[in-house]
Design a protein around this ligand. Structure first.
Ligand code: GAP
Length: 545
């Protein structure tokens, strides 16, 4: 069963060392996250797979790593100083600060045409605060999302040292267009790829790592002759969609959404969003835009831009004249892609039926939990949370034992944990979960944080330990991420590696000492085969691809 709630992913991520709340020892900093030992491997693998696909596997791409801090004029002429803003409103009643366009979209079922339409709806009391339901919202106003900082040791109090933490990596590519062109002697069409941090002071970050204020982008600017832009755009839309599918993402969870004319950014001729069906609903994974010649012109010297030192253009040998290329921009988020791969890979299922009397006991506990929620004073417990918990408890009680994974997911729900009887529900469900359910991350072998885990059948048998450690070392030397583990019985170690997404486990047993073969167990089929120690590296590398 795939993840039905983001909490399942958050819980696994925390429990197994993928992602931790940032600076937790001081109470955290809202919506900032640290990638732990497993998470950093997964995210690095996502970035590596992207780089390989868009740089190494093609003949028309170069890489770049531009600075985060750039001359402020970059952001003036890119348009970000003026237009990179989201409309926000304040609720006078509960003091929350939602994004006004999101409130409009959610409550009217369509995007607003602009700030005026949002404000007309607020004035007419047609929009409610998403947190408390009051219609007492202030006029929406634009809020610039760029983080400001000061360059140099002295803060002069004016804006002379002002710089921004870049809100996208794209501009670093545009302003380096001439450098790449000159040094790499490229002909159109060609592109530049870059991975790097971006920062946005988002009004409403949230949904785990989906929307944060510090994140990583994987962006391409692909330069083409005007007139060849539409075909190149379509080719990139297809290629980028296929990248996710080739790395195991289920096609039915991925869709292409054509942006409507009124949604398009001022620079875009066409934009297609690749969306993933996250547990919270279909949401953007990557945007693929045709930005025309807007950016190269914006950073070229002209009456509108007297600050630029020259022009960003290309001498077209065929036409014997200078032209300004059009740009196709596939812009993905490394954190969002990582989250989407995690959600897609998550699989929790019942492996065998628990005894009937234990199921009956658990069902009664869940029913009494639903009753306790129902009895809670609405002043102490939000009606929306009550409705949600009661519906979840009724569904779970009706479907046990099959709904045991859903019940385990509920263990991370802060509202559920405010109900006294839920402690008992948790205790029983976790005990049954331990014995009767299996959580597997079915990550593509190229993305899995650990490719292969090696265990000795017995940890107190030195000859097995020595051979197992040697196998681990050889696999690591062969370029495969390998770990050694002897901290539990083999069954328990398999379970643990399943939860981490490790595609292959190797057990070294007494037969191994005699014939130098080991058991290789496949995470997905659970099939086991004996493979010679000498052939392991080649066999596994072939499977990773
Ligand atoms: N250069 C174009 C650009 O930046 P965008 O749609 O604003 O376009 C591109 O961002 C991608 O960056 C998004 O599809 C998403 O994957 C990622 N992204 C944007 N804002 C983000 C945020 N606050 N947190 C995490 N990822 C974000």
């Amino acid at each position: 069963m795939p993840a039905t709630a983001l909490e399942q992913i958050v819980s696994l991520a925390k429990r197994r060392g993928f992602v931790f709340p940032s600076s937790a020892v001081y109470g955290g900093l809202g919506s900032t996250w640290d990638y732990g030992p497993l998470g950093v491997e997964l995210k690095n693998n996502v970035k590596r797979a992207w780089w390989r696909s868009v740089v190494y596997d093609r003949d028309d791409m170069e890489g770049l790593d531009a600075a985060i801090l750039m001359n402020r004029l970059v952001w003036k002429y890119s348009g970000h100083e003026k237009t990179f803003a989201d409309p926000m409103t304040d609720c006078r009643s509960c003091k929350s600060r939602p994004r006004a366009d999101h409130v409009f979209q959610e409550q009217k079922g369509r995007d607003p045409k602009g700030l005026d339409e949002i404000n007309a709806a607020i004035a007419a009391k047609e929009l409610k605060c998403p947190k408390c339901g009051a219609t007492d919202l202030t006029e929406a106003r634009p809020f610039n999302l760029m983080f400001r900082t000061t360059v140099g040791a002295v803060d002069t109090g004016d804006d002379s040292g002002l710089a921004y933490l870049r809100p996208e990596t794209a501009q670093g590519i545009f302003v380096n267009f001439g450098n790449v062109l000159d040094t790499m002697r490229r002909k159109l069409p060609f592109g530049v790829a870059q991975i790097g941090k971006a920062f946005r002071n988002e009004i409403t970050p949230g949904n785990f790592t989906f929307r944060t204020r510090e994140f990583e982008q994987m962006e391409i600017e692909y330069f083409v002759r005007p007139g060849e832009d539409e075909a190149a755009h379509q080719a990139w839309i297809d290629a980028r969609t296929q990248w996710y599918v080739d790395l195991g993402m289920r096609r039915e969870n991925l869709r292409q959404r054509e942006q409507a004319k009124e949604e398009l950014a001022h620079y875009a001729k066409r934009c297609v969003d690749l969306e993933y069906k996250f547990p919270m609903g279909w949401s953007e994974l990557e945007g693929i835009a045709n930005r025309t010649d807007y950016d190269l012109k914006a950073h070229s010297r002209s009456p509108e831009n007297p600050d630029a030192v020259g022009e960003l253009k290309y001498f077209d040998q065929e036409q014997k004249k200078h032209i300004v290329p059009y740009v196709i921009e596939p812009s993905a988020g490394a954190d969002r892609a990582t989250l989407a791969f995690l959600c897609d890979a998550y699989d929790e299922s019942l492996v065998k039926e628990p005894p009937a009397e234990e199921v009956t006991k658990l069902r009664e506990l869940v029913q009494s939990f639903a009753k306790s929620v129902d009895k809670k004073d609405p002043k102490a417990f939000e009606p929306e949370a009550k409705r949600r918990l009661i519906a979840a408890a009724e569904n779970i009680a009706a479907g046990l034992p099959g709904t045991l994974p859903d019940l385990l997911a509920l263990s991370d729900d802060a509202d559920a944990n405010r109900i006294e009887v839920f402690k008992k529900v948790r205790g029983v469900s976790e005990k049954l979960g331990e014995e009767f359910t299996r959580t597997v991350l079915r990550l593509h072998p190229r993305l899995a944080p650990i490719t292969v885990a090696v265990f000795p059948l017995k940890k107190n048998e030195p000859r097995l330990v020595e051979l197992a450690r040697g196998v681990k070392r050889d696999l690591q030397a062969a370029g495969l991420r390998a770990v050694y583990d002897d901290t539990g019985a083999i069954g328990k170690l398999y379970r643990r590696q399943d939860e981490l997404g490790t595609p292959f486990c190797i057990t070294v047993d007494f037969q191994s000492l005699e014939d130098k073969t080991v058991t290789v167990r496949d995470r997905d089929t659970m099939a086991q085969e004996r493979v010679g120690v000498g052939e392991l590296g080649g066999a596994l590398r072939g499977k990773v691809g």
